[in-house]
Design a protein around this ligand. Structure first.
Ligand SMILES: Nc1ncnc2c1ncn2[C@@H]1O[C@H](COP(=O)(O)OP(=O)(O)OP(=O)(O)O)[C@@H](O)[C@H]1O
Length: 826
């Protein structure tokens, strides 16, 4: 038998040909050319339909007889129509209106316009939502109109509700009668209003509640008000910030069998048969005793109602203001500089990050239940819904110890089966205890919404930094000029880099290149490299450096020392100008009251950003820590600020010196409570949920903030936008710094002693401490001058040689010997 040879079939080329064609087609459909063409067509078509439909309302009766003609006759030139949109318009209007859905067909126009806008990239109005609601409303109005017209008159030239409206309404009336059909339509209207307009239900309940009260006499009202006032006074005065109260009215229907219950505490006076009983979720969840109308448990603890705080929607700035951001006139060197525009940022909001009532009630019940289990009663509970977490504030019954609640942190976390629960007991200044519970559907806070917020746009901060949104959805902003330095820490992957980008971008959105310079230190070489294109606008570097982003450890040391020199020279300038800080100095300089020929210059703010601070400390230790500490201690008044970020928050990296000088600290999620203590001096950062969830401590207050999200492409777009504009010829040049010059007594001419020489010598001897910074502090002079004084004191034999970071040895023991020595110089 001949063997059947099966040839291996090479399917590859066939496969490759198929998808590639599809791909081309998909790419074409996705291309902007296609989208804009289709969008333009839809928009024009909508306009045409609008004219045709409107005109049909007036001329439809006349045109209709012509529309009944066979199509060829209708197209004949001798046949004229009155519709402004011509025969085409008349035909379309007839199809859509008379033979379709009646005048509600105008909804089609809405659908086409929204589709066109979406194709043009305007996504504020969602197409799918519009489509769905428009179709539903169109059907409803079409049937309602048909029904109404059937009832009132039926001798019109057209079906106002269209053919379909007529058919549907006829079917409805034949089944249910006119009254039944009307009732169904009223019911559907109610449902449509609820699903379409979010505000409808609250408004409706308010109206109903008002109606209920109407028959009350003035006396009754007064009594009622008094009773409410008394009850409120017992707990807390009414808070206008409360948006809704979730109480027993939030009912669900369940079927319970009362016979099944054999709870001793629960006595049923009337015999109740198996039936539907309405009861609140609260009761189901933790009393497990159905509350039926007449039989009541003998002892029933009053349930605390859940108040949900008003969601403060952050006011967006007027479009004009946002647009005006691009036109802000800097008045200085680059007068044509345009600020980055808001459309460079993306909107990352998912739009479905609502916290449902069920989630709120279920969390509230679990909290109350857990606390009750430990015999902790509460009188009030209030929820504030944030972007990623909800804060439940509770007021415990009098006599409950706060520490007891704090100790239940793990139990509450367990009962809510959620990570990231944090208990704040008590919330400073509020007298309540806070329990923060992560939302099931967290919301991404886009940088776009933060930058576009009125608060940011109208901020008058010197160095405004918009970090994100607080638990109450407010934009959280700080002024770096007041901070004055920030320490950012968090385990890897928790949002530190995004946080740094948010800080830098907020400054880029508000500052002119002449007002701000960044010194960017990035040992990891990849994080801040994005900003290298800003060199001629916003970056500062040492004169002979090639790259403006500093990555090499030796260059980091030199640059930090150079920033120190810049700081000292700025102090000298301030002193010469008789001002105390950079704002006063620059105001004087802009007012032409300081002479540039005497060395005065406009001082831009300098923000030193150090990423991966831990790496620097590990490799360079004190050589880096000391200049950083010195900048941190002294640079605030001269407009030099630091932001240092680290992944490893251990105490050998975030030392006491660093901590003492960085009062503002931002902690993203860290691995352990010890790490949290190292950064914030308190636990808490270990309980965060990651992805930009952070705690911001400004020394006195601690705020939980959801960091604004800004993605790398957005940062790239902003940098590109800035870099494309005319910049300075070079980066801002920092003073030159030549490595260490240690060893040997400096060459000093004691004949040209500083005029403060005698005073400095007396200070050193009386304190018996040879410290340059002490001279600096006591006499309010710059580091350079204090250093020169120290060299002269060394040459005069008053202090010993430099001993690195330690104070010098004082060689003169008493003031008498010193005076003799000083007399010898005269
Ligand atoms: N504010 C935020 N909102 C939403 N998601 C965020 C936010 N911040 C960070 N993320 C998510 O977490 C990821 C990691 O963030 P990021 O790169 O900033 O971490 P990191 O702490 O800098 O990590 P590493 O230290 O390794 O560089 C991001 O890619 C993003 O998906």
């Amino acid at each position: 038998m001949a063997k059947k040879i099966t040839k291996p079939v090479n399917k590859k080329p066939v496969k490759a040909a198929g998808p590639s064609k599809i791909k081309v087609a998909v790419n074409f459909l996705k291309s902007n050319q296609f989208k804009y063409t289709l969008g333009a067509f839809l928009l024009l078509f909508s306009g045409y339909l609008a004219v045709a439909f409107t005109s049909y309302g007036f001329s439809g009766a006349v045109d209709q007889s012509k529309l009944d003609l066979p199509i060829l006759d209708f197209l004949d030139r001798s046949v004229q129509v009155q519709n402004f949109a011509g025969k085409g318009g008349a035909y379309l209007a007839e199809q859509f209106i008379n033979l379709g859905f009646g005048f509600p067909s105008f909804f089609f126009i809405l659908i086409f316009v929204v589709a066109a806008l979406n194709l043009f990239g305007y996504k504020e109005i969602r197409f799918l939502k519009t489509f769905l609601f428009s179709v539903l409303w169109m059907l409803w109005t079409s049937i309602a109109l048909a029904l109404l017209l059937n009832v009132t008159s039926s001798d019109s030239f057209l079906y106002v509700g269209g053919m379909y409206g007529f058919i549907f309404s006829s079917v409805l009336t034949s089944f249910l009668g006119t009254i039944g059909a009307t009732l169904i339509l009223v019911f559907l209207l109610f449902v449509l209003l609820i699903v379409t307009f979010r505000q409808f239900l609250p408004w409706f309940t308010k109206v109903i509640a008002k109606k209920d009260k109407e028959p009350a006499t003035a006396e009754q009202l007064a009594e009622e008000a008094l009773a409410v006032a008394e009850q409120e006074a017992l707990l807390q005065t009414e808070d206008p910030a409360i948006s809704k109260r979730i109480t027993e009215e939030d009912k669900v229907k369940v079927v319970v069998d009362p016979d099944f219950h054999d709870d001793d505490d629960f006595e049923i006076e009337n015999t109740v048969s198996k039936k539907d009983v309405e009861l609140s979720i609260e009761d189901m969840l933790f009393d497990q005793v159905p509350e039926v109308e007449s039989p009541k448990p003998k002892t029933k603890v009053k349930e605390p109602e859940l108040q949900v705080a008003e969601k403060v929607a952050d006011e967006l700035a007027d479009d004009d203001v946002v647009a005006a951001m691009g036109d802000y006139d800097p008045t200085l060197d680059l007068s044509s500089y345009k600020y980055p525009t808001i459309d460079l940022l993306d909107d990352h909001a998912s739009g479905n990050a609502e916290v449902s009532n069920e989630e709120l009630i279920s969390n509230k019940n679990k909290i109350v239940e857990t606390l009750r289990h430990y015999k902790i009663e509460i009188t009030k509970i209030r929820a504030t819904i944030g972007p990623t977490i909800t804060l439940y504030e509770i007021v415990p019954a009098p006599g409950i110890r706060i520490a007891k609640i704090k100790n239940l942190e793990d139990d509450i976390a367990l009962s809510l089966s959620a990570l990231g629960i944090r208990i704040i007991a008590p919330i400073p200044g509020r007298g309540t205890i806070g329990i923060e519970v992560p939302n099931q559907k967290p919301e991404i806070v886009s940088m776009r919404s933060i930058i576009g917020s009125k608060k940011f746009q109208e901020s008058t901060y010197e160095l405004p930094i918009a970090l994100g949104k607080t638990i109450s959805n407010e934009t959280f902003m700080v002024d770096l000029a007041k901070m004055p330095h920030i320490l950012v820490a968090g385990a890897t992957g928790q949002g530190k880099s995004v946080g740094l980008n948010a800080i830098i971008t907020s400054l880029l959105y508000k500052k002119h290149p002449s007002q701000l310079k960044f010194v960017l230190v990035d040992p990891k070489k990849v994080e801040l490299n994005l900003y290298s294109s800003l060199e001629k606008h916003f970056l500062a570097k040492m004169p002979d450096e090639e790259d403006a982003i500093i990555t090499d450890i030796q260059k980091v040391k030199n640059t930090l020392n150079s920033v120190n020199i810049e700081m000292d020279s700025r102090y000298d300038l301030l002193k010469k100008a008789h001002v105390r800080n950079i704002i006063e100095y620059n105001t004087k300089f802009i007012g032409r009251r300081l002479n540039p020929e005497k060395g005065h210059r406009y001082l831009p703010y300098i923000v030193v950003v150090v990423d991966e601070f831990a790496d620097l400390i590990m490799t360079a230790g004190k050589e880096v820590e000391l200049p950083i500490a010195r900048i941190a201690q002294l640079a605030r008044a001269v407009g030099i600020h630091m932001i240092i970020a680290t992944q490893r928050p251990s105490i050998n990296i975030i030392t006491g010196v660093i901590k003492a000088n960085f009062p503002t600290r931002i902690a993203f999620k860290v691995a352990s409570m010890i790490d949290s203590r190292t950064i914030l001096d308190t636990p808490g950062a270990n309980q965060l949920i990651g992805k930009g969830d952070m705690l911001v401590s400004t020394g006195s207050t601690m705020t939980r903030v959801q960091c604004a999200f800004v993605d790398t492409p957005e940062v790239e777009r902003i940098c590109e936008f800035v870099a494309e504009q005319r910049g300075y010829p070079t980066a801002f040049l920092l003073p030159d710094y030549v490595g260490d010059t240690d060893g040997g007594s400096p060459d000093v001419d004691l004949k040209n002693r500083d005029e403060m020489f005698d005073d400095a010598a007396r200070l050193i001897v009386s304190n018996q401490v040879g410290s340059t910074s002490m001279i600096q502090r006591k006499f309010s002079i710059g580091y350079n001058r204090a250093g020169r004084l120290m060299d002269q004191l060394e040459a005069a034999g008053i202090v010993g040689p430099s001993e690195g970071s330690k104070a010098r040895q004082v060689l003169i023991q008493d003031e008498y010997s010193l005076e003799q020595l000083l007399n010898g110089f005269k």
